[in-house]
Write a protein that binds this ligand. Sequence first.
Ligand code: CA
Length: 229
Amino acid sequence: MHSQYSILIVEDDTVSCQMLKTVFETQGYEVYISVTGRSAALTINEKSPDIILLDLGLPDIDGLKLLGKIRKFYDMPVIVLSARSSEDDKVSALELGADDYITKPFGALELIARINNAIRHSPRLANKNEEIFRYEDMTINYRSKKVTVNNREIHLTGNEYSIISLLSKNAGKILTYENIIKKIWGTNPGGDTRILRVNMANIRKKIEQDTSNPVYIITETGIGYRMPC
Ligand code: CA
């Protein structure tokens, strides 16, 4: 079965990286590689990978620190890879929100089994390939691009649909203003979030019963928006 998921491999050992890249490409994954923590942070922000495989021993930042930063904003499964076998690291990684922990050396089959398990336990990923998104009385049909609330079709502009579809495909996760703006308009806003806020106000007028008390799209003040799941 071929995966439609993307995976970010954060690992500074180029031999391991190549091996992992081959393993996941064979499984149909779109593979991103970062050899430093800094580049990993950029790739996560830009590509929003579905899954992260994180080596703890990185040249520029402690992997556990990076994991803590990732968990502040993202909920994709993170599987920690480490040569260290100490229980302390394992516990710290799990406490910081890692989904699983694999000690090197490991076999490709074991790794794939662990990743598949993490995907099965992630509600967001389990629904990723569904054609229709449902939350409360709202449905989004990704094929026909039709949105309904209480069986009533909602007429959205292209950008409004793109925003709502992006949030629903990441339901449960906070998307930052900058992340949404980059994905929809393709530009760096330089801190100006007006265009997004105007679009959001229009979307809410169309889908929410009470725009001052929204249920479908939640504002995370100062950070961004989140659709519940
Ligand atoms: Ca390493």
